[in-house]
Design a protein around this ligand. Structure first.
Ligand SMILES: Nc1ncnc2c1ncn2[C@@H]1O[C@H](COP(=O)(O)OP(=O)(O)O)[C@@H](O)[C@H]1O
Ligand SMILES: [Mg+2]
Length: 265
């Protein structure tokens, strides 16, 4: 069987003012359909760059991103991205923000009534239907992230790409949204790749954790499988031996073997 998503020997360099900086080197990874994979690594190692390559927002320097054997080299609605800071259009309401994405993907295949029903279903999924007439400035950061997630899900992507989606939120809101994402993942089976720098979050949500070495020329250092059954409950897991073992393995990787050294720029 061929891999659902394959990162095939990817290198990525940026050229800036005659200087070339090698950010990613020989990234190799395959991801199964429905898998939840986290990417963890120190700040600046190239996590967002890697996600942008998968999203098709940036082009590889060498190697390829293959989705079901087809090369990805431009953005497409089958790969939806949720960024750390929401990217909602401020002049549109919550409903209109989602409607825009839904029209783009389903403008031809769904009728107006079906699109409305679909928008409401996705707003319900993140419990934001009540705020559908509000504009982004009128809702909290956590609510904006929820709308961002609903917008991504409403595109029914093959792959959901999350770039530190909860990074800017307070701990309680973050926990609530992590639960929501786990719930959505279990119900929809969406293949998900999430960047995080939160070790507990990575262990709680992931089937596998991809740990990146520090840049420049960062690569995948280790991949840790998280053999915890689902559904997962954070309170029970806090004292679970498998959870604690995984957590320790990631902490050791990040803080013993690949300690963050401030790059001299
Ligand atoms: N468009 C770009 N042009 C030049 N350098 C970039 C660009 N995007 C990212 N980089 C560089 O790539 C490195 C990794 O960045 P990034 O992927 O944002 O890291 P992370 O998300 O892990 O914090 C950084 O040194 C950054 O300066
Ligand atoms: Mg980043």
């Amino acid at each position: 069987m061929t891999a659902y998503l394959k990162l095939d020997h990817i290198d990525k360099s940026f050229a800036r003012g005659g200087q070339v900086s090698e950010v990613l080197s020989d990234i190799r990874l395959t991801i199964d359909k429905g898998e939840f994979v986290s990417i963890i690594g120190h700040s600046g190692c190239g996590k967002s760059t890697l996600l942008n390559l998968i999203a098709g927002l940036t082009k590889v320097s060498a190697g390829a991103v293959l989705l079901q054997d087809k090369e990805v080299d431009s953005p497409g609605p089958e790969r939806a991205v949720v960024f750390q800071n929401h990217s909602l259009l401020p002049w549109l309401t919550v409903y209109e923000n989602i409607s825009l994405a839904v029209s783009k993907v389903f403008g031809r295949s769904k009728s107006k009534a079906e699109r409305h029903e679909w928008i409401m279903r996705n707003l319900d999924l993140v419990q934001m239907a009540h705020a559908r007439y509000k504009r982004p400035a009128e809702i909290s950061g956590g609510m904006k992230q929820r709308v961002g997630i609903a917008r991504a899900l409403a595109m029914e992507p093959k792959i959901l790409l999350l770039d530190e989606p909860f990074g800017a939120l307070d701990a309680l809101t973050r926990a609530h949204l992590q639960d929501a994402v786990m719930d959505i993942h279990s119900r929809l089976g969406s293949t998900t790749i999430m960047i995080t720098h939160d070790v507990d979050e990575a262990v709680l949500l992931s089937d596998r954790i991809v740990m990146m070495t520090n840049g420049p020329a960062a690569t995948i250092g280790e991949v840790l499988a998280v053999p915890l059954t689902r559904p997962r409950r954070r309170v029970e897991l806090a004292s679970d031996r498998t959870f604690l073992r995984c957590r320790e393995a990631v902490l050791k990787f990040l803080y013993e073997r690949h300690r963050f050294v401030e790059a001299a720029e």
